[in-house]
Design a protein around this ligand. Structure first.
Ligand code: ATP
Ligand code: MG
Length: 287
């Protein structure tokens, strides 16, 4: 069902750290096409041996990612199995994860953030059309392919990465760590992911982007996070009313109130950056 890559055709370079259940490396993959040797830069995600019982779920993510194609969806080349090693081979993205980038580059403009939010909405809409639920949308899982260069009229460009192991396979603690990205209904029913769950995560991710990559509820204990959902609390609203509105709709505890992708895109398109700038100009005057 999925493309397998020979372990011998992979070259392992430096470690890029760890994911939730993975070790991450930069590497290269070699192909032979028409008798010619080609090498491609890749990212290698090796499933932790402690979680090797989750390999099916891990490969399921690799499988859907490699079978569909969209400009804002990360390309997965295939999987490689060697002994008890399970490896996902994917496109290497130069500027890495968006949460880290946002934290590093403190002065990204509102239009930069809005642009990225629109790109995420675009791939969310595509996945819904394909009846695919992602299940792990957050700024960490957005990768920055291209930086903005206003002097050349170049906009930032992001891709959504794979969701990893399905939520249904995760322990309660791991799930609680994902508050507030994971939809509240998933705490009680982690095996019942819906498109509405992705809408909630989308809202939390947009919040995160506009908060310069600082994670919502940073420093909260798991009990406090769980209480946050039990009490049906909301993240502090953005000063930008229209944006706060959209995030609020997405992060609505009642699934029926979460907007359609069409509505999300329409609302994002109607946000005018200059409104935000005027708002902040008046704020600094009154301070
Ligand atoms: P999870 O399933 O929780 O998302 P993961 O295994 O995908 O876990 P991440 O924490 O998402 O791991 O990613 C770890 C780091 O690896 C990121 O911060 C990023 O810097 C880097 N990274 C991940 N994917 C890529 C990629 N395709 N290209 C370049 N860097 C990447
Ligand atoms: Mg990831």
């Amino acid at each position: 069902q999925f493309h397998t890559i020979k372990y011998e055709d992979l070259k392992w370079d430096e470690s890029l750290g760890q994911g939730s259940f993975t070790r991450i490396f930069k590497g290269e993959k070699t192909d032979y096409r028409d008798g010619e040797k080609h090498t491609t830069e890749v990212l290698l995600k090796e499933l932790d041996p402690d979680h090797k019982n989750c390999w099916e779920s891990f490969f399921e993510a690799a499988s859907f990612m490699s079978q569909i194609s969209h400009k804002h969806l990360l390309h997965v080349y295939g999987v490689s199995v060697h002994g008890d090693k399970n490896i996902m081979v994917q496109e290497f993205v130069k500027h890495g994860a968006l949460d880290l980038y946002l934290k590093r580059e403190k002065s990204l403009s509102v239009s930069w953030k809005l642009n990225v939010a629109k790109q995420l909405a675009c791939v969310l809409n595509f996945l819904e059309e394909q009846s695919i639920i992602h299940g792990n949308i957050c700024a960490k899982n957005l990768l920055l392919v291209r930086e903005e260069d206003p002097s050349q009229g170049i906009s930032p460009f992001i891709k959504l990465s794979d969701p990893g192991i399905n939520v249904a396979m995760l322990g309660k603690d791991v799930i609680m760590h994902r508050i507030p990205w994971i939809a509240p209904e998933s705490l009680a029913a982690p095996d019942n992911l819906t498109h509405e769950c992705d809408k909630w995560s989308f809202g939390a991710t947009v919040w995160e982007i506009f908060n310069n990559g600082n994670p919502p509820l940073q420093g909260w204990s798991l009990e406090e996070k769980e209480k946050f959902y039990e009490n049906k609390q909301q993240l502090p609203p953005s000063q930008w009313t229209e944006l706060a509105d959209l995030i609020g709709q997405c992060m609505s505890y009642d699934l029926a109130f979460r907007p359609s992708c069409r509505s999300i895109i329409r609302q994002l398109n109607s946000l005018v950056t200059s409104d935000y700038e005027i708002l902040h100009a008046t704020e600094s005057v009154t301070q």
